[in-house]
Design a binder for this molecule. Structure first.
Ligand code: SF4
Ligand code: FE
Length: 504
């Protein structure tokens, strides 16, 4: 093990003390207020940012999460569900999966959220984590007589009652990819247990590109891959408040992010909503035993990751909501350019829609094919979830390409908002950048900026690169598809029809 810098003594907060800082959140506005005044340590552009809520670069990512609260009020049928745990309706982002229909509703809600925000709304990894934890804690208890399931249910009841955001910390930095956690030159490259006492454990490490980390109230840390007996210290699952002592966030840059600091609201493309990823560092962070849900049971890490990926890869139907926005933006720009009736434009919109609905169909089919797990909840079909996510690694790129094709080169040669506002340059731009005569130039510019935002700018992270790498990069799905494709059975079908004598 590496020599470590001494860590200042941590305050050993009890589970009850940690929960006492929360009060139930109802509205989106309550949510924003719940993020104020927390003692977070956050770095952005080489400085500590003490007030992320009012930082114009960060705020759009919080607005996307705010929408998960507002949708629950506007459309409770879609975005809330009855929880038998607390016998009340709860936000669907905190509901465990009791039936295939719950998974289908989840997918419909994710598509709706994508339509409303045009970005990653950051709450689904936490949602999928709670179903994974429900089932895996049950399974661990069956084998080891541990108390994890009851602890987890207790945590979840409080999470539901307070309507909190759960962030999922799964992806370790991983260092040398050819080495196991215990073989790494620096053991912190996978998050691990670095201390314990009679009250709880301490964890050290980092979680990379964590979605919505600092917009969350609680973070679940959990292993990122299968582990062996020598990796026991790395086999840890626990929940910590996002502002726990010892956590540091370093904000991830996004393409064109500083446009949010320019003061206007056109050039950003989507002024209201954005995604967020951070490198989240844990330096000897304390977790009381009440919030520890795996502590050395390394043999369950692989199954835990497999269940998470199964749930989460179907959650990527979220991107079909963004795809709906892309189709709409391309169709609107075609109209502003006066080409909406041209046959190849209509055909491109059909192609975009076909690709988008293909993603949705694999995700929703995965949910309808869910099966019951021993803990009593349901898990969606893994093969179809992997197919869904694999579609997501490709089709949004083609949809984006077609949207750019329809938008035309003006999308990337438009002058700035300040030039449009300039007394001399403005009228010139107004005259020469007009499309059809009955649509204001600004309307056309706004739509072009939205397409730029989603295909090249800030929300291209959410629409394109996250589609590629989120919930596992493309090869991870191909491995799962290969594992489950049962080619021997398929050969048997073929041999039978070809009249070849079957061995078995
Ligand atoms: Fe949810 Fe999609 Fe963002 Fe994942 S990428 S958190 S599934 S919106
Ligand atoms: Fe994601």
């Amino acid at each position: 093990m590496n020599a470590r810098q001494p860590v200042p003594p941590r305050k050993l907060e009890t589970a009850a003390e940690r929960w006492s800082r929360f009060k139930p959140i109802k509205t989106g506005e309550d949510y924003l207020n719940s993020l104020r005044g927390r003692p977070l340590k956050l770095f952005l552009f080489g400085k500590e940012e003490p007030n992320p809520v009012d930082n114009p670069l960060i705020r759009p990512s919080m607005n996307a999460l705010r929408q998960t609260y507002d949708l629950a009020i506007e459309d409770p049928e879609l975005a809330t569900a009855h929880s038998p745990l607390i016998n009340a309706r709860v936000n669907r982002f905190l509901h465990i999966v009791e039936s295939p229909e719950d998974l289908v509703q989840k997918n419909k809600m994710q598509r709706r959220m994508g339509q409303l925000t045009g970005t990653c709304f950051q709450r689904c990894a936490g949602l999928d984590t709670i179903s994974v934890m429900h089932s895996i804690t049950y399974d661990i208890d069956q084998k080891h007589k541990t108390p994890y399931h009851a602890r987890f249910l207790d945590f979840l009841k409080k999470a539901q009652a307070n309507n909190i955001i759960i962030g999922a910390g799964m992806t370790d930095p991983k260092g040398d990819r050819s080495k196991r956690p215990h073989e790494q030159a620096d053991p912190d490259l996978f998050l691990r247990i670095t201390g314990r006492n009679d009250k709880g454990i301490f964890v050290t490490g980092a979680k990379a590109h964590m979605t919505g980390g600092l917009n969350s109230h609680w973070i679940f840390v959990m292993p990122t891959m299968n582990l062996g007996p020598e990796d026991k210290d790395w086999a840890v699952v626990g929940a910590v408040p996002a502002d726990a002592e010892g956590i540091t966030y370093i904000y991830g840059r996004q393409s064109c992010d500083t446009r949010a600091l320019e003061g206007g609201n056109i050039d950003v493309g989507n002024a209201e909503y954005g995604g967020q990823e951070t490198l989240t560092v844990f330096d000897h962070v304390f977790i009381p035993y009440e919030h520890v849900f795996m502590d050395g049971e390394y043999e369950f890490a692989q199954e835990m990751v497999a269940r998470f990926t199964s749930y989460h890869r179907a959650s990527y139907v979220c991107k079909t909501g963004l795809g709906d926005v892309m189709v709409g933006a391309a169709a609107a720009v075609a109209e502003y350019n006066g080409v909406e009736k041209v046959s190849h434009i209509k055909d491109k919109l059909v192609e975009m829609t076909h690709l988008n609905e293909t993603i949705f169909s694999s995700g929703i089919a995965s949910s309808y094919s869910a099966k019951k797990l021993p803990s009593g909840i349901f898990m969606n079909d893994s093969m179809l979830a992997n197919v869904c996510k694999h579609n997501v690694t490709r089709f949004p790129y083609e949809i984006a390409r077609l949207a750019q094709d329809i938008a035309g080169g003006i999308m990337v040669t438009l002058p700035s908002e300040q030039d449009f506002n300039h007394e001399e340059a403005g009228p010139i731009l107004e005259k020469y950048l007009k499309g059809v005569s009955n649509v204001p130039t600004e309307t056309r510019v706004r739509m072009l900026r939205l397409i730029e935002n989603m295909t090249l700018g800030r929300n291209a992270v959410g629409y394109l690169t996250e589609s590629m790498h989120g919930a596992g990069s493309p090869q991870a799905q191909r491995i799962q598809i290969q594992r489950q494709m049962d080619v021997e059975k398929k050969k048997w079908y073929a041999r039978r029809l070809a009249g070849i004598k079957q061995e078995s």
